[in-house]
Design a protein around this ligand. Structure first.
Ligand SMILES: NC(=O)c1ccc[n+]([C@@H]2O[C@H](COP(=O)([O-])OP(=O)(O)OC[C@H]3O[C@@H](n4cnc5c(N)ncnc54)[C@H](O)[C@@H]3O)[C@@H](O)[C@H]2O)c1
Length: 294
């Protein structure tokens, strides 16, 4: 069970985009218990073809403003998981172009704008660790120990670039440039799935990396719920904008979650070192130690 805060006195109204996607499927069991939900996506079934209860059709790229605006009315928070997947995309964006990823920046801008105009208090966006993935080779080579949200976002691929771009757009909305401050959380999600140790035979460095990046379903749920409900989010300049890395309480963590612990009380309960202890003993016997060691 996730370590959740006391539910608010009145049930929050939450608009969830990308509601039939993978990350949404991990969040919905808890969201359905706590929130009055509005679910939108370009499809009403999940990737397995099963209907997702309550999902309504909305295309955040193509639908007219007047069609989309009503979805944002009378909600307290928007959780934006909608993601346009360019055909044939690889995670590193290899071989992919600027135009493949730009729709995700366009979609983000519309979500911020509709949320601002509708008086929504807070938006929580799925970003990704790839917003700063240029640093990873340095971390794995032990030239850098750890990075966090205050390090410069740097990426060498268009997927990461799009995340950086819409994180930066979020800052504009949070700082009050458009008349009021929209509260903005960016979740730089790590590896939100159970690890299949069998895939890491003879690949110690990759296994260590995923042990550091691991995010259990319960911790993802806790992080998302706290991002919606907890705060205040203001930084030292009074801007309600936070970037939180999304990882569990991993012994091998190489991204900092200090600010998530401090600002929203995120207290992840799972540690990949414990969950995968037997696999670690087997796969890393000849390569104990830090991430990146071969
Ligand atoms: N899954 C991961 O491992 C992971 C890791 C880090 C970050 N993230 C981020 O989390 C977010 C969600 O990822 P996911 O794995 O659930 O992806 P997904 O592809 O499973 O879900 C995305 C959803 O967005 C919907 N969508 C696409 N175009 C849309 C549009 N124009 N309007 C409305 N909805 C639209 C899709 O139909 C889909 O249901 C993404 O931003 C992704 O980059 C995911």
């Amino acid at each position: 069970m996730p370590n959740l805060p006391q539910p608010p006195a009145s049930r929050p109204r939450v608009l969830l985009t990308g509601a039939t996607g993978y990350v949404a499927s991990r969040l919905l069991p808890v969201f359905r218990e706590r929130y009055d939900l509005r679910l939108v996506d370009v499809r009403t079934t999940n990737a397995q073809g099963q209907p997702v209860e309550g999902a309504q059709l909305a295309n955040l790229l193509d639908d007219a403003d007047e069609q989309l605006k009503p979805h944002f009315q009378n909600v307290d928070a928007v959780v934006h998981l909608g993601y346009f997947r360019p055909p044939g995309m690889t995670v590193t964006g290899e071989g992919k172009s600027y135009l493949d990823e730009r729709p995700n920046v366009d979609m983000a801008e519309r979500v911020y704008r509709f949320a601002l105009d509708a008086g929504v208090k807070r938006v929580v966006f799925a970003s990704s660790n790839h917003a700063a993935d240029w640093w990873e080779p340095l971390i794995h080579a032990r030239r850098v120990d750890r990075i966090g949200p205050s390090d410069l976002p740097r990426s060498d691929n268009y997927y990461g670039w799009a995340k950086i771009a819409y994180e930066a757009l979020g800052w504009m909305y949070a700082c009050g440039a458009f008349g009021r401050k929209l509260e903005v959380v960016q979740l730089r999600i790590g590896a939100p799935r159970e690890l299949d140790a069998g895939q890491f035979e003879g690949r110690a460095a990759e296994f260590k990396r995923d042990l550091g990046a691991y995010l259990s379903a319960a911790d993802l749920q806790q992080l998302a719920v706290r991002s919606i409900e907890c705060g205040p989010l203001e930084d030292e300049w009074g801007v309600p904008f936070q970037i939180f890395y999304g990882i569990s309480n991993n012994t091998r963590a190489f991204w900092s979650i200090t600010n998530a612990r401090q600002v929203i009380g995120y207290a992840p309960e799972d540690d990949s070192e414990v969950r995968y202890a037997a696999d670690i003993a087997r796969l890393l016997r000849s390569s104990p130690g830090p991430v990146g060691a071969p």
